[in-house]
Ligand binder design. Structure first.
Ligand SMILES: NC(=O)c1ccc[n+]([C@@H]2O[C@H](COP(=O)([O-])OP(=O)(O)OC[C@H]3O[C@@H](n4cnc5c(N)ncnc54)[C@H](OP(=O)(O)O)[C@@H]3O)[C@@H](O)[C@H]2O)c1
Length: 263
């Protein structure tokens, strides 16, 4: 039975909570701090940030102040494209800003043309430094991951991509599964854009859950880690309240097809 502590096992034997908390556009300072405090209070144990979000200091402060043991919280941050020539320095800066001892997952935020494999090898070096438990990629295509796999000593553990029923890529999902790479969904709520879609509303009505909860439950039932973001306490709680129902297989198939209806 899935619950808020359910994890996905990664290819290096670490276990990442399926439900994560997104922080993009959670403004640095009290907004990001309060949002992360609220998420930890609501039971999330996986926080997603990035150098690019500019809020690592506030995110780290909230984690330190939570009183929750560091090893109980999974923390992801990311290498930004403009740091591609010096990933070691960027990693150290993120580590210093977060100030939580180590990072659970460090991702290449976007592939940089011409540096895809070079950057991966640099991430492997960072991993050898012992301050990050897991390394992976984000926004990488199948072809880019294949080129990484040709040179890698350490396989990427995760590909974090935009994913919801409205832009589901079954081919990427299958590729990740076949290669032992966990798929992680960003913008799982479509940034709020499709929450009033009639197709989604009718499924939500059937389960007596909100459209956001249906989208998130779809992810976790497909073993896709998911990262809803909100800076509102009621929504933070709502987005974690997805364990008292189960989508029927037939509804998952229906949701899988939503992307086909986009004109
Ligand atoms: N790797 C990448 O390139 C990448 C790119 C984008 C995002 N991400 C990560 O993925 C996370 C999530 O993606 P996202 O921030 O793009 O979008 P999202 O989580 O799909 O949607 C967030 C938006 O939905 C609203 N919202 C949240 N819960 C809601 C609810 N229950 N009902 C109605 N509206 C709700 C939020 O508003 P309020 O905050 O005002 O509540 C916000 O405007 C990011 O925060 C980030 O950590 C990664």
């Amino acid at each position: 039975m899935l619950n808020i502590n359910s994890t996905i096992k990664l290819n290096n034997a670490t276990a990442m909570p399926l439900l994560g908390f997104g922080t993009w556009q959670a403004k640095d300072g009290e907004t990001a701090y309060d949002a992360v405090c609220g998420a930890l209070k609501a039971g999330y144990r996986h926080i997603d940030t990035a150098k690019f979000y500019g809020n690592e200091e506030s995110v780290g402060r909230a984690i330190r102040d939570s009183g929750i043991a560091r090893e109980e919280i999974w923390v992801t941050t990311k290498l930004w494209t403009t740091d591609a020539l010096n990933p070691e320095k960027a990693f150290q800066t993120s580590l210093d800003k977060l100030n939580i001892g180590y990072i659970d997952l460090y991702l290449i935020h976007f592939p940089v043309p011409g540096l895809v494999t070079k950057n991966w090898l640099k991430l492997e070096k960072i991993f050898e430094g012992g301050k990050v438990r897991t390394i992976g990629v984000s926004n990488h295509s199948i072809a880019q991951i294949k080129s990484i796999l040709k040179v890698a000593t350490i396989k990427p553990a995760v590909n974090q991509i935009k994913c919801s029923p409205y832009n589901y890529d079954p081919e990427m999902h299958e590729f990740c599964k076949n290669n032992g790479i966990a798929m992680e969904a960003y913008s799982p709520l479509t940034r709020g854009n499709n929450l009033n879609d009639a197709k989604l509303l009718s499924i939500a009505e059937k389960y007596k859950k909100s459209p956001a909860q249906i989208l998130l439950r779809w992810c976790i039932q497909k073993d896709i880690a998911t990262l809803p973001k909100s800076v509102h306490e009621n929504r933070i709680i709502e987005n974690a309240d997805i364990y008292d129902f189960e989508l029927l297989d037939s509804d998952i198939v229906l949701l899988d097809l939503f992307s086909k209806f986009i004109e």
